[in-house]
Design a protein around this ligand. Structure first.
Ligand SMILES: Cc1cc2nc3c(=O)[nH]c(=O)nc-3n(C[C@H](O)[C@H](O)[C@H](O)COP(=O)(O)OP(=O)(O)OC[C@H]3O[C@@H](n4cnc5c(N)ncnc54)[C@H](O)[C@@H]3O)c2cc1C
Length: 461
């Protein structure tokens, strides 16, 4: 039956774009595990929406599972496959169709790499305000399917807020297209939102209209140190007010993580000395470099006088900006210090973060087998990441770690996923942040969009 289906695909699509056997094994299912061969029945390198529709129709009729591959940078196992599944890869659908300067929109195919979108917007003095460490590999279809967040959510929102139009294909091959450039559309249900953040379980995204904003004319950045968490929150409110709406990033790095990010083998030197409890990397995007730099400097001096902060370093040049942001963006350095790394991206109410993360760190260090614990995150969004190093990859150890981190979230109104999604790895914990009736409705929606359950089966729900 597998071969029959492959034959059908080959008969309708250029044979060289339907990969099987050894060609499949030469591929991988995650950028961090390139040494592990992909296990799949076939990989189809689709070239347009009609082909996506055809592949889905054929697979749906045969009730064959389909997993969509974007840039393979997700951190929740959502692109893993079994040997019996068909992979649709969007890598050849990588055209930027239009940049419309007047509407401030960009129309793209879903295989375009995020960094190419950032560059195309920049070339016309506009900004696509989504930015995160995996931008060089993540594809916009994957970014939309995970409703990715990143470093500027505080000011510009998650991906959901930046998608104006979408084209997607349902499991039975039906093309749903709403490629409008308009900002407001209250004509009944906003169907595109169902595909955003659904991790390839409700449809395959093929095109999008993205919202751009005017490119800021200035960028200011500083590293600031604190000894107490309440000061971190106080300073956030102070800077948000003081920078009058231009604060765009407010990243918290715990002392031990900062030390790891700024000590060999990390290339970056520390802009502030090691030894403080918390470090914040902040960014303001404004309109006048000199005036904005002066305002930042003044606000920091006043914060010192008020004893809100204990140390600070301002970026004065472009190379300072690169230096400071590389420290935060290059999380690979932290990962490389962790054996058998395990990742988290939890959400919790901002005022509770200091105390809760201390409790979690204590609980983690009490687990036999936990070697390293590195917290950091988008604290202005209430989003904390952990990278944890551990002795082995056994289930009991992984679950003991999960229990410490996910355990308290239900009682404090948090979430097991702030931005990475549920995929395979967090499925078991979904009930901690979604009610029984919410999950039941999700199942009903899934069977409406994908009655045969062929799209990314076993993931999310
Ligand atoms: C170093 C690093 C830093 C990161 N930082 C952040 C961060 O700050 N914020 C954040 O939110 N995430 C972050 N991530 C996670 C990851 O980059 C995002 O989830 C990204 O959006 C995934 O895009 P992708 O193209 O790699 O998708 P993939 O990993 O290929 O796929 C992700 C999911 O989307 C589905 N999918 C992919 N393309 C499509 C499509 N066209 N149609 C339907 N479904 C599709 C897949 O089936 C899968 O379920 C980071 C990852 C790394 C490695």
């Amino acid at each position: 039956m597998g071969q029959e289906l492959v034959n059908k695909l080959v008969a309708s699509i250029d044979a060289e774009r339907v990969l099987t056997g050894e060609q499949v094994k030469e591929r991988y299912s995650h950028i961090w595990r390139m040494e592990d061969s992909l296990n799949a029945l076939a990989v189809v390198l689709v070239k347009d929406v009609e082909e996506v529709s055809l592949v889905l129709r054929v697979c749906n009729e045969a009730k064959k599972a389909v997993v969509v591959h974007g840039g393979l940078t997700n951190l929740v196992g959502s692109t893993e496959t079994t040997g019996d599944e068909v992979v649709i890869s969007l890598e050849k659908m990588n055209k930027i169709i239009e940049v419309d300067k007047s509407s401030r929109t960009m129309t793209v195919e879903s295989g375009v790499i995020l960094e190419d979108i950032l560059e195309a917007a920049n070339n016309v003095n506009l900004l696509f305000p989504l930015n995160f460490g995996a931008k060089g590999s993540a594809q916009i279809g994957g970014v939309i399917s995970t409703n990715a967040g990143g470093l500027r959510v505080f000011r510009y929102g998650m991906t959901r807020a930046l998608v104006l139009g979408l084209e997607a294909v349902l499991a039975d091959g039906t093309i749903i297209s709403s490629m409008k450039k308009i900002i407001k559309d209250n004509s009944a249900y906003d169907l595109k939102q169902m595909f955003i953040g659904s991790e390839g379980t409700l449809g395959v995204i093929t095109k999008a209209v993205l919202k751009l904003v005017e490119r800021p004319m200035s960028r200011v950045t500083a590293f600031v140190a604190f000894e107490e968490y309440p000061r971190v929150v106080e300073f956030l409110k102070y800077m948000d007010k003081g920078l009058a709406g231009t604060l765009s990033g407010y990243e918290l790095i715990w002392g031990e993580t900062y030390e790891c990010m700024t000590s060999p083998p990390a290339a970056a030197k520390p802009p502030l000395p090691h030894g403080h409890k918390y470090y914040v990397l902040l960014e303001g995007l404004g309109s006048d470099q000199e005036a904005d730099q002066f305002r930042l400097q003044t606000l920091l001096e006043q914060a010192f006088e008020k004893e809100m902060v204990v140390d600070a370093a301002i970026a004065h040049t472009e190379s300072d900006l690169d230096w400071f942001w590389t420290i935060r963006e290059d999380v690979h350095v932290v990962k490389s210090q962790c054996n058998n790394d395990q990742h988290f991206d939890i959400s919790l109410p901002i005022p509770l973060i200091g105390e809760q993360i201390e409790l979690m760190k204590k609980g983690l260090h009490e687990i036999d087998g936990v070697e390293k614990v590195f917290p950091f995150g988008h604290v202005a969004d209430g989003n904390v990441h952990f990278i944890i190093g551990k002795r082995d990859t056994s289930d009991p150890l992984r679950e003991a770690i999960n229990d410490v981190i996910y355990g308290p979230l239900q009682a404090i109104g948090g979430s097991v996923s702030a931005e990475h999604g549920i995929g395979l790895h967090k499925k078991k914990y979904l009930h901690l942040c979604r009610s029984e009736s919410e999950i039941a409705l999700m199942h009903r929606l899934k069977s409406c969009y994908d009655p045969n359950g062929i799209l990314n089966p076993g993931k999310v729900l």
